[in-house]
Design a protein around this ligand. Structure first.
Ligand SMILES: [Zn+2]
Ligand SMILES: [Zn+2]
Length: 135
């Protein structure tokens, strides 16, 4: 690969960034990336739909794809990956579909509030109301 500023041949991204540091002090690697390496305008912004946050520049390789960890988790493709992993591990797309886990949840609910589902549980209801009030 070549340094786009002076056309000097560099081995890889690592040598490019040190080349920039020594030879083109006026460019930060971020500026260089924005000028020459950025693939599209989406880069540097969170990939999650409707999120307008900017993402962190992590080095000459580019930007974080998401503004934060929870947005990365929310992203559909990540979601699919989680589903695939669940499917592989448990045979179900969602862990909550696993009867073993369902049963366990029911037992926990039963123990905590005398009902098998969380929704019937008064304590949970109160909690939901409280959370709604706070927001
Ligand atoms: Zn150069
Ligand atoms: Zn985001």
């Amino acid at each position: 690969m070549k340094c786009q500023i002076c056309d000097k041949e560099v081995l890889n991204f690592k040598s490019l960034s040190s080349h920039l540091r020594y030879n083109h002090k006026q460019y930060s690697s971020k500026q260089y990336y924005d000028l020459f390496l950025k693939k599209d305008n989406k880069e540097g912004n969170c990939y999650l739909k409707n999120c307008l946050n900017q993402t962190k520049y992590i080095g000459i390789h580019g930007y974080n794809r998401f503004c934060c960890f929870s947005h990365a988790q929310l992203d559909e493709s990540t979601q699919n990956k989680i589903e695939q992993t669940n499917l592989k591990n448990t045979g179900f797309k969602y862990i909550s579909q696993d009867p073993k886990i369902k049963k366990k949840k029911e037992l926990t609910n039963l123990k905590n509030c005398g009902e098998t589902t969380n929704l019937k549980c008064q304590a949970t209801k109160d909690k939901i109301i409280q959370t709604n009030r706070q927001t």
